[in-house]
Design a protein around this ligand. Sequence first.
Ligand code: FES
Length: 274
Amino acid sequence: MDNPYAPIEARILDVADENSAIKTLVLKPDQPLVFEPGQFVMVGMPGVGESPFGVSSSCFDKDSFAVSVQVQPHGKNTMALHEAKPGQTALVRGPFGNCYPMDYFKGREVYVVGGGVGMAPMRAVLLALLHEADQYKKIVLRYGARNPELRMYKDLCLSWETDPRIDVTYTVDVADESWRHNVGVVTSIMREDDIEDVPNAVAVGCGPPIMLRFMVPLLLKMGFKPEHMYFSMEKNMSCGMGMCGHCRIGNYYVCKDGPVFTYDQIRDFPDAWT
Ligand code: FES
């Protein structure tokens, strides 16, 4: 995008319910939107506003992209996006922010941990990994949600259960009678023998701060290096362009310097973990 302030039009191709609070919108922009896993876009309905969303689709899909929208109480734009129908036009700016160093991940075991709506950017990472699965030594997903209904990408997660290219384990905090997997927080499904060559492996995570707080010591105990632990940080973003200061973590702006940070970069900033 030449002018980062000027939105482009994007036709809504699909709106899918993930759960009672989240819908995934697939959009076809008027101009090609080239992004990398981890980056975010500003999406809004005309005349309503715009909000930042991590792209949740594969960077190898060149015609369209997807964002998963959690409706916010009093959030006019997220409500308008939830009410949008295929065929309508949304406005898009971006992509913004940095991305995961996928080339650096090549040849390594990649340990992806997602929690709650944090699965959205993780989905973009996983789809990119699986697109070139033979380039990575191992692809692991550990995904936790509060309950079975709140899980995102249910069909995709189901297909991964039988996909030999990826090692998945799912958990929920509170199960129902339909649940066939683990019950407990996401750290309860992270085990030291998940990874064989941990000094060279990389961990990738996104989820609520409380989850990251518990996940970090476990990743360190497993033997991951601080500079090999990558997190998509979710802070209240507003302008998305380093202007408003809403998204500070220590010396960083999440929107400009992130949203992807290594643990090494942010370990000493308390506001990263609250
Ligand atoms: S969202 Fe405004 S500075 Fe980051």
